[in-house]
Write a protein of this length. Structure first.
Length: 414
């Protein structure tokens, strides 16, 4: 992610925007061509003019919200940010990358390389995060993309029906061909046929994929919780249930108020991305306190592993076995290179893969400043290139206890 005058250009130079823009233009162009063939805009038929205009209007609305979501951005917590009151710092997590505290509901994005306000997820299609300031435009882009592509798919399918089924499969209906040739704009050739088929496939794919994402985003808005917060809330409910209590999510204001928090007449959501509307009985740091408590519990569950074989960090790792190759974790989380002798604190386990943080070497006190600015190495690595150190320690303790018990038995026999 680039910050500065070149940011818009850098954001466009990515495979996500290339594909998204290409699909929108391709589907719109073919839908307009099909409309010019089967229902050409004529002065005598105002509906035909309105129909072609609507196809173009869909495109403008989609691109308006798309580029707004991309260039407006989610909103980033200023580097080095601190709460106004110093005593509140203990309720917040510190971000070593941004050298400041994470504001409530903010999370660090490894792609944007900044702490994002009310981060939901990093979207490759807009090449930035979906967060506080661009959530409304991003959701609007999703619904209009579904509507526009759905309209385009119907127009293209109707044209294919007319051209293929009515003319090619039923030669006696040649009179329809003659009526179609009266179009003052163009005729439908074989090239148009192939392009229309592809457009239908692309449009239906967009409708399904983007439609599912729209449902997820609307559910997130109505509940006023991001995908990350949903996971935090699930763990919080389980944690409090074990202790016999209940967790109150501080941002659940009711679906109407939740909608008004995101969708406004100006398109800019309420709030500054730092201070949030909350329910009675909670404060601005209710969720951050819960996050700190969960991280404290997570540290107790960490298991120390020692690397016994080098791993380059590539997904295609033939040297670690076929099962490791085909059972790669299905996530966008990174694979980290590890070397023999490295110590990794593992927090997640799969049968063939482990997830954890590489322990940085802290023996040299002079390197403390460098270590703070250094990126944390965290991600997946093959399970068969590491061994659990805790297991060996337990074996030694068991061996000592067994030998101590044997000595007691011998002393009794004597």
């Amino acid at each position: 992610m680039c910050f500065g005058p070149l940011r818009p250009l850098r954001q466009l130079c990515h495979w996500g925007p290339f594909i998204a823009i290409f699909l929108m233009l391709y589907i719109t162009t073919n839908a307009v061509i099909c409309a010019l063939v089967v229902w050409p805009p004529l002065k005598e038929d105002p509906l035909s003019v309105a129909h072609c205009a609507l196809l173009v209007i869909w495109c403008f609305i989609i691109f308006y919200h798309y580029f707004y979501a991309m260039f407006l951005g989610p909103g980033f917590v200023p580097k080095g940010w601190k709460p106004e009151k110093q005593e509140n710092e203990k309720y917040l997590q510190y971000c070593q990358f941004c050298e400041g505290y994470k504001a409530p509901r903010a999370h660090h994005c490894r792609y944007c390389k900044r702490c994002v306000m009310k981060m939901d997820h990093h979207c490759p299609w807009i090449n930035t995060c979906c967060g506080h300031f661009n959530h409304a435009h991003f959701t609007s882009f999703l619904i209009f993309a579904v509507l526009g592509c759905g309209h385009g798919a119907i127009v293209c399918m109707y044209t294919l029906y007319i051209q293929v089924f009515q003319i090619v499969l039923y030669p006696r209906r040649r009179y329809m061909m003659e009526s179609l040739q009266n179009s003052p704009y163009l005729t439908f050739g074989f090239g148009h046929l192939i392009c229309a088929i592809l457009a239908v496939g692309f449009a239906l794919g967009v409708c399904v994929a983007v439609g599912v994402l729209f449902v997820i985003q609307m559910r997130s808005i109505l509940k006023n919780e991001t995908g990350i917060e949903s996971w935090i809330k699930t763990k919080a409910n389980a944690r409090h249930k074990r202790s016999g209590g209940t967790f109150r999510y501080p941002y659940l204001l009711g679906w109407k108020k939740n909608l008004r928090e995101v969708f406004t007449m100006s398109g800019i959501p309420k709030g500054d991305g730092i201070t949030w509307s909350i329910i009675d009985g909670c404060d601005q740091y209710t969720l951050t306190k819960e996050q700190l408590a969960q991280k404290a519990e997570k540290k107790h569950r960490l298991v120390e592993y020692e690397i016994t074989d080098d791993y380059s960090g590539y997904i295609c790792t033939f040297s670690h076995g076929l099962c490791t190759l085909i059972r790669v974790p299905l996530s966008d989380e990174p694979r980290i290179p590890v070397e023999y002798g490295d110590i990794v604190m593992v927090s997640r386990w799969k049968k063939y893969w482990l997830y954890g943080d590489v322990v940085l070497d802290s023996d040299d006190e002079a390197d403390e400043d460098t270590k703070k600015s250094k990126k944390r190495v965290r991600g997946w690595f093959p399970a068969n290139c590491a061994k659990e150190l805790k297991f060996e320690e337990e074996e030694e303790e068991d061996g000592r206890s067994n030998s101590h018990a044997n000595n007691k038995v011998k002393s009794k026999d004597d």
